[in-house]
Design a protein around this ligand. Sequence first.
Ligand code: FES
Length: 124
Amino acid sequence: MALYSEKVMDHFLHPRNLGMLEDANGVGEVGNAQCGDIMKMYLKIEDEVVQDVKFETFGCGSAIASSSMATELIKGKPLEEVEQLTNKAVAEALDGLPDYKMHCSVLAEEAIQAALEDYRKNNQ
Ligand code: FES
């Protein structure tokens, strides 16, 4: 069996929503101290809905695939749903990640939560 699912390879090779979002109103950046990878999420939130999202990831293929899939999962979704997104859901949507690569999906969850926190801080 291949180490990575077709979905992981697809999102790694053709990442969705890659880049920065000029008019983001919530930005979150997180890193993994062990591997040194960094992920940045940009959210454009209006009426408590994620209208647009982009990401920049300096990291491994699984981190790039996780960021890409995470953006697809939250685009157009209400914040109450986005808040519930777990790294497990991201990994499942990718048809799984090898155990030792699960931490890469954690970065996606954390980057989104950090961006939401940033949004809330600026829009109280
Ligand atoms: Fe660091 Fe994947 S090895 S996020």
